[in-house]
Design a protein around this ligand. Structure first.
Ligand SMILES: *[C@@H]1O[C@H](CO)[C@@H](O)[C@H](O)[C@H]1NC(C)=O
Length: 278
């Protein structure tokens, strides 16, 4: 039986080998070269496909290219490249209120007032704006991020003045406009990031979580490239608005004319001023 089995096995193997051979033969025999060509074609295509995929993958990993969920911003071309922890106490909420007030005071939103050419505006789907005095082909805009920061800043100023028993330097009208603007921004962003909660005495969430941010420095760079030479005086009362536009940095190429009289009413939409007219 054992022998037979062995014989059977050998036979079967032999048959198998034979079958394999005959199979191979039948595979190759009729038109060996035609088959060969087909196979080489297939291998060639496969290699090309693999190569293309590798190139695509390397490119994807190398460059901070915009993925569908990380589009480049429309105007300054910014991307979310900076990773930062979700919750971090900063000096802006320092227990030292002198320091806190100083830092908020030093936030410069003047840079956010920019002069953009009508051509650039049109290319970017923007409407035209009031004229920039030193180049009539440009309009004056305030970048939205700076507008929001300005709002936060004056709310802080108002609360700080209240805490210190000082008179309010900004109108309630302006403060409520700003709070409303920030409220609408929050609704507009509809940020869906779940912040992890913890059982803690302190009211915090999102600890150890990170988020991807755009670079404020890059936005500031964009703003400075398009400077509108704007600077709000510390005490603006009685100072003509046009004075604010006379702070052109060296090399701006703008020629400031002290006798310039604006034809537009020169006020609408500027930070600090827009709604102060009660
Ligand atoms: C608070 O901050 C101010 C301004 O930075 C500083 O001069 C002062 O020494 C600080 N006070 C304390 C108690 O740390």
């Amino acid at each position: 039986m054992a022998d037979l089995n062995k014989e059977d096995a050998e036979l079967l193997m032999g048959q198998d080998e034979h079958n394999n051979h005959s199979h191979d033969d039948s595979w190759r025999a009729p038109t060996p070269c035609k088959r060969c060509h087909q196979r080489w074609w297939f291998i060639g295509l496969l290699l090309v496909s693999i190569l293309v995929n590798i190139i695509l993958l390397v490119n994807l990993l190398r460059s901070p290219v915009a993925s569908p969920d990380d589009p480049t911003t429309k105007f300054a071309g910014l991307q979310r490249t900076i990773e930062e922890p979700f919750v971090r106490m900063t000096k802006y909420s320092s227990e030292n209120e002198t320091l806190q007030d100083q830092l908020w005071h030093d936030i410069n939103v003047d840079h956010g007032v920019v002069a953009l050419s009508d051509e650039w505006a049109m290319q970017h789907g923007l409407r035209t704006a009031q004229r920039f005095p030193w180049d009539q082909s440009k309009g004056i805009y305030i970048l939205h991020g700076y507008h929001n920061l300005h709002c936060l800043k004056i709310i802080h100023i108002s609360i700080s003045e209240y805490r210190n028993g000082q008179p309010q330097s900004r109108s309630w009208h302006h403060i409520s406009h700003c709070m409303d603007a920030l409220r609408r921004q929050v609704l507009c962003d509809a940020d869906d990031t779940p912040r992890a909660t913890e059982r803690r005495a302190e009211v915090v969430s999102g600890v150890l979580q990170h988020r991807k941010c755009r670079s404020w420095e890059a936005l500031e760079q964009f703003a400075k490239q398009h400077t509108a030479c704007y600077k709000r005086p510390e005490k603006p009362d009685g100072v003509p608005i046009i004075e604010r536009y006379k702070h052109c940095p060296p090399g701006s190429g703008y020629v400031v004319d002290d006798d310039y009289v604006p034809t537009d009413e020169f006020l609408v939409g500027l930070p600090e001023e827009s709604l102060d007219v009660d």
